[in-house]
Design a protein around this ligand. Structure first.
Ligand code: ADP
Ligand code: MG
Length: 234
């Protein structure tokens, strides 16, 4: 069943958190593969394990048991430093709360991750300008996050996530704090990046408008995959 081309592979991953010494199973023996170019919605009730699964795929957290690969690299047992390197080079996170650096402009926020990667200044600047334009933020390059709307901030966060040229982008409820128009704009832009540049996305959501735009929907319940469906027509 395993396809060598999968860009993420999760094999029987279980995550058990401890709360007041009581084990809380967040994810139970979950297996899945993400293929290049997938545009996946991770859905399920609150507490079903969506954030846990994204955090394991992105190397923000380690599974209690089971194995995880990003491309050919197994990340299951990597140490902190090596995991940080995987996140920097290969993963693009987009958080519900945008998480932009407040004292940096939109342009600087997007450039920042490329700076960490050691990309030279001229190339950084050009790439950041190009990405902000692609996300409809031309003219807003020098604004700080508090001078942008929620929808604009989230688009900066997407630009920042893809600036690193990750193999996969993982937005966790990216439209949760947006009005429906800004949410729809954000999703259309993500879809365009997916179709035109082949960027792979796995996003969690509660929002039917977001689910409707996905080409694959993975449904979680109580830490297990309940359904995994593709829509060929989308
Ligand atoms: N750091 C943590 N410590 C203890 N329990 C946690 C932690 N993170 C998540 N959980 C629990 O794991 C389960 C799954 O949570 P989560 O992955 O955040 O679900 P979702 O994103 O679908 O709402 C929930 O029962 C949640 O309370
Ligand atoms: Mg969550």
């Amino acid at each position: 069943m395993q396809q060598p081309s999968a860009i993420v592979r999760v094999d029987k991953a279980t995550k058990v958190y401890q709360r007041d010494r009581i084990p809380v199973p967040a994810l139970q023996e979950t297996s899945l593969e993400i293929q290049p170019g997938d545009f996946v919605a991770l859905v399920g009730p609150s507490g079903s394990g969506k954030t846990t699964l994204l955090n394991l795929i992105g190397g923000l957290d380690r599974p209690t048991s089971g194995r995880i690969w990003v491309g050919e690299q197994e990340i299951t047992n990597l140490g902190r430093k090596a995991l940080a390197e995987v996140r920097l080079r290969r993963i693009g996170f987009v958080f519900q709360e945008y998480n932009l650096v407040p004292v940096l402009s939109a342009l600087e926020n997007v450039e920042y991750v490329m700076l960490l990667q050691g990309i030279d200044e001229e190339q950084r600047r050009q790439e950041a300008i190009r990405l902000l334009r692609a996300l409809g933020l031309e003219g807003m390059e020098h604004r700080r996050p508090n001078e942008l709307s929620g929808g604009q901030q989230q688009r900066v966060a997407v630009a920042r996530a893809i600036a690193a040229r990750p193999v996969i982008v993982l937005p966790d409820e990216p439209t949760a704090n947006l009005d429906s128009q800004s949410g729809a704009t954000l999703m259309d832009l993500m879809r365009r990046l997916n179709e035109e540049q082949g960027t792979t996305f796995v996003f969690s959501t509660h929002d039917p408008m977001v689910v409707e735009r996905a080409s694959r929907v993975i449904r979680l319940r109580d830490g297990r995959i309940e359904a995994d469906e593709r829509w060929a027509s989308r």
